[in-house]
Design a protein. Structure first.
Length: 182
């Protein structure tokens, strides 16, 4: 005002809280994690993961995804900006941070409503437990049914007893499945 500086402002994009920890956690689960960013190398390095690429254009991000796909990798791309849309579209699946650009949400298969990426590795752990439990329940049911059907076909099991045993088997499988909710 009147030739004098009256105010100054600085604007900086903030990395999602816990992003580095979530990426390291994904690595501990056996995933290869890779950060692609248009930001400077200093910001990328600050995330604290081993593999990152900084100063990238949207086309360069897409090229990295395409190279990974050509290597036979399954690519999940998590992003929030217009500059992530091409890479997300080229990936097998995309997760858009819902607070980001609408284009990212349109291209992605999933829109992430939270701001805490730590939920992603937790969700993967839960899914792995669910799959393991479902497989073991299917194996249990197959073995049980094979044995019970054989015994019943041989006439060694009264029909009422067979019905009670079958109900007990179903309750056991249901109880095991409910442990996922703990």
């Amino acid at each position: 005002m009147n030739g004098e500086l009256a105010a100054a402002a600085a604007v900086e994009e903030c990395l999602l809280e816990g992003a580095g920890a979530a990426l390291r956690d994904l690595e501990s689960l056996g995933f290869r994690t890779l950060l692609t960013t248009g930001d400077a190398a200093l910001r990328a390095r600050a995330v604290g993961i081993r593999e990152w690429h900084a100063g990238l254009s949207p086309t360069a991000k897409r090229d990295i995804v395409e190279r990974l796909r050509a290597e036979g990798r399954k690519v999940l791309y998590v992003g929030d900006g217009v500059n992530d849309a091409a890479a997300m579209a080229a990936s097998h699946a995309g997760i858009a941070i819902s607070s980001g650009a609408p284009l990212a949400s349109e291209v992605a298969e999933v829109s992430w409503d939270g701001r805490r990426l730590e939920a992603l590795p937790a969700g993967i752990r839960f899914a792995r437990r669910a799959v393991a439990l479902a497989r073991s329940n299917l194996l249990y049911a197959a073995v049980y049914n094979l044995l019970a059907a054989s015994i019943a076909a041989a006439g060694m099991l009264h029909p009422v007893t067979a019905a009670l045993v079958m109900t007990s088997s179903s309750l056991f499988v249901t109880w095991r499945a409910s442990r996922l909710l703990e």
